[in-house]
Design a protein around this ligand. Structure first.
Ligand code: FAD
Length: 494
C-alpha cells in the first residue's frame, strides 16, 4: 500500500531534520564542544631558569637582568652585566619576547639580558623616522603610530614580537613584494662585548650593520633602531579560492597590482584535499578620504580561535575549518586598516594545553619552484607523524642588507605549524620530518628559516647558508671572548 500523504510529509520532515542536524547541528555541536574543552593554560618557567615559547628549552641560568627603559640607565645596567660576566667568565644571551623556538635566547649557566622593559618610542617628525627601544613589541609600535596615521613597513604576521628579536632574525611578513625587515632599518645602536656603544648603518660600521641584522644576538645588544614607517591605510578584502597549483602565478600577478597592500596564501590541510586547494587573501587599498578608524582588535577572535583549535587532532575539524575559511576568509567585502590587520597577537590561536606544544618550520623556495615544492612535500607531510595545523605562503624579495640571509633571491616562504606532545620523543619525530622538508627545499635551490627548532643537520645548515663560516669568523672578530652565545651558536657555530 503506498504511504499516505501525511506519512510522506512526516518522512520529508524527518529527512529535513536529519539534514539540518548533519549540516548545522554537527558543526555547531563540534565547535561548542571545542570551545568548552579549549585549554588556556599559561606555562610558567621554573625559578632560576629561562626558556622559550617551545616549552622545550627550560635551562638553569646564573641570573636574568631586566634592562630598564631609558637609554642611559640601560647602558649602565648592560655594562654591569658584562662586567659580572667577564669577572665570573660567564656567557650572555639576549632575550626579547622569547618566541624563537630553539634556545636562541638561552645559554646554560649564563646570564640573560632581558630587553623587554627597554621599550621607549620616539618619532622624528622632520625625518619621518621612528626610533624604537629594542624591547618594544610591534604591538607597542602600532599603538604608538596609529594616532599619527602611520604604520610599520615590514613585520611578522603577528605583533607580539620585540623589535630587537625581529631585527635579529630579520623577520618578514605578508608585506608581499618586499625584502625582510632589515631593509627598513636606517640605523641602530649596539653595545659590544667590551661595553662600548657603536652606531651602525649603511654608512657607519656597515659590516657590523649587516651582521647584526639577522645576527641572532651574537655580535652585541641592540639598544634601539631607527626604522622607516609608512602611512596607515584603509583596506578592502579581495581574496580568492583557487587550485593550489595556480597559487604562485596568481599570487605574483596580484602582488604586481600597486593597490594591493597585503597578501598571504594558505594551503588546505583538509585531509580530503590535502595541499590541493589554496586561499589567497588580498587586501586592496580603499582610496576613500574618510578618516581612518582607530586601531581596534579585529572581530570574532573567540570564534576564529575555536574554529582553529577544532582542527587539532581532528580530520573533521580540519575539513570544517577549511570549508569556513574558504567561504568567509577570502570573500570580498570586509573593510579594515593596515594597523588593525597587523595588530594580531599570537595568543589568539596559541596552544594552551600544557602537555603539548606547537612548533613552526619555514622553507623558502625560488618563486618558480613553489608548485614543485608543494608536490614534493605533500607525501612527506601526509605520511608524517606530526599534526599539521597550518601552511601559509608569503612572497619575500631578495635581501640586499643582511649577511646571514635566507632570501638570496626572490622567494615564496611556506610556514608550517605542527601540534605535538611536549616531549623529547615527539620533538625527535618532528626533527626527522623537518630534515626531509629541508632537503626538498635545498634540492630546489631554496633555504629554511633559522629561529625555529635546531633540527637541521650541520650539513643542511651550511648548504642553506653558504656564508655561515664567514659569519661565525666575523663573530669572533667582533666578540673575541665569545661573550654572546646561545644554543643556536653552540649548535652550528663552534
Ligand atoms: C606564533 C609565531 C608566529 C611567527 N610568525 C612569524 C612571521 O610571520 N614572520 C617571521 O619572520 N617570523 C615569525 N615568527 C618568528 C619570530 O619572528 C622570531 O621568533 C622572533 O625572534 C621573535 O621575536 P622575539 O622578540 O620573540 O625574539 P627572541 O626570541 O626573544 O629573540 C630572537 C633572537 O634575537 C636575539 N635578540 C633579541 N633581542 C635582542 C637585542 N635587543 N639585541 C640583540 N639580539 C637580540 C636573541 O638573542 C635571539 O637570538 C613567528 C614566531 C611565532 C612563535
Amino acid at each position: 500500500m503506498p504511504p499516505t500523504r501525511s506519512r510522506r510529509v512526516r518522512l520529508a520532515l524527518l529527512a529535513a531534520l536529519c539534514l539540518f542536524a548533519w549540516f548545522v547541528g554537527r558543526p555547531v555541536g563540534f565547535l561548542a564542544w571545542t570551545a568548552w574543552n579549549d585549554s588556556r593554560g599559561v606555562r610558567v618557567i621554573p625559578e632560576g631558569a629561562t626558556g622559550d615559547v617551545s616549552g622545550l628549552e627550560d635551562t638553569a641560568v646564573r641570573g636574568i637582568h631586566v634592562i630598564p627603559l631609558e637609554h642611559e640607565a640601560a647602558v649602565s645596567a648592560l655594562r654591569e652585566l658584562l662586567d659580572q660576566a667577564a669577572e665570573q667568565d660567564l656567557q650572555v644571551s639576549i632575550a626579547g619576547a622569547r618566541h624563537s623556538m630553539g634556545g636562541h635566547t638561552v645559554i646554560p649557566d649564563g646570564l640573560v639580558a632581558d630587553m623587554t622593559e627597554h621599550r621607549k618610542l620616539v618619532f622624528d617628525e622632520a625625518g619621518g623616522f621612528l626610533t624604537a627601544g629594542s624591547g618594544a613589541t610591534w604591538h607597542d609600535v602600532l599603538m604608538f603610530l596609529d594616532p599619527l596615521g602611520l604604520s610599520v613597513e615590514v613585520m611578522q604576521s603577528n605583533d607580539s614580537f620585540t623589535v630587537g628579536g625581529s631585527l635579529s632574525v630579520n623577520c618578514h611578513g605578508w608585506q608581499h613584494g618586499r625584502e625582510p625587515v632589515a631593509s627598513t632599518v636606517q640605523s641602530l645602536r649596539l653595545m659590544l662585548a667590551d661595553g662600548s656603544v657603536v652606531e651602525c648603518s649603511r654608512d657607519q660600521n656597515p659590516e657590523l650593520f649587516s651582521l647584526v641584522l639577522g645576527g641572532y644576538g651574537l655580535f652585541g645588544v641592540i639598544l634601539d633602531a631607527t626604522l622607516r614607517v609608512v602611512p596607515n591605510e584603509r583596506y578592502q578584502q579581495a581574496g580568492t579560492v583557487l587550485p593550489a597549483e595556480d597559487l604562485g602565478a596568481t599570487f605574483l600577478a596580484r602582488a604586481a597590482d600597486p593597490t594591493v597592500g597585503l597578501a598571504i596564501g594558505r594551503l588546505s590541510i583538509d585531509p580530503d584535499d590535502f595541499l590541493g586547494e589554496a586561499i589567497l587573501r588580498v587586501l586592496k587599498v580603499d582610496p576613500s578620504d574618510d578618516p581612518l578608524p582607530a586601531i581596534e582588535p579585529s572581530g570574532n577572535r573567540r570564534l576564529r580561535r575555536t574554529i582553529f583549535r577544532g582542527s587539532v587532532g581532528s580530520d573533521y575539524g580540519k575539513g570544517l575549518r577549511w570549508a569556513l575559511e574558504r567561504r568567509f576568509g577570502a570573500q570580498a567585502g570586509g573593510a579594515s586598516t593596515r594597523n588593525a590587520e597587523l595588530a594580531e597577537p599570537v595568543h589568539v590561536y596559541a596552544n594552551g594545553d600544557l602537555s603539548a606544544t606547537e612548533l613552526l618550520f619555514e622553507a623558502f623556495v625560488p618563486h618558480a619552484e613553489l608548485d614543485a615544492y608543494r608536490r614534493a612535500i605533500r607525501p612527506i607531510l601526509e605520511r608524517g607523524p606530526c599534526d599539521l595545523l597550518n601552511v601559509t605562503v608569503r612572497d619575500v624579495r631578495e635581501d640586499q642588507t643582511s649577511f646571514l640571509r635566507y632570501a638570496t633571491q626572490d622567494v615564496f616562504s611556506l610556514v608550517m605549524l605542527f601540534h605535538l606532545e611536549r616531549t623529547a620523543e615527539a620533538d625527535a619525530e618532528l626533527a626527522a620530518l623537518t630534515r626531509k622538508l629541508i632537503d626538498a627545499a635545498l634540492d630546489r635551490g631554496g633555504s629554511y628559516y633559522l629561529p625555529y627548532r635546531l633540527h637541521a643537520t650541520r650539513a643542511q645548515f651550511e648548504r642553506a647558508y653558504p656564508m655561515a663560516q664567514e659569519f661565525f669568523a666575523a663573530k669572533l672578530r667582533f666578540d673575541p671572548s665569545g661573550r654572546f652565545q646561545n644554543r643556536f651558536y653552540r649548535t652550528y657555530g663552534r
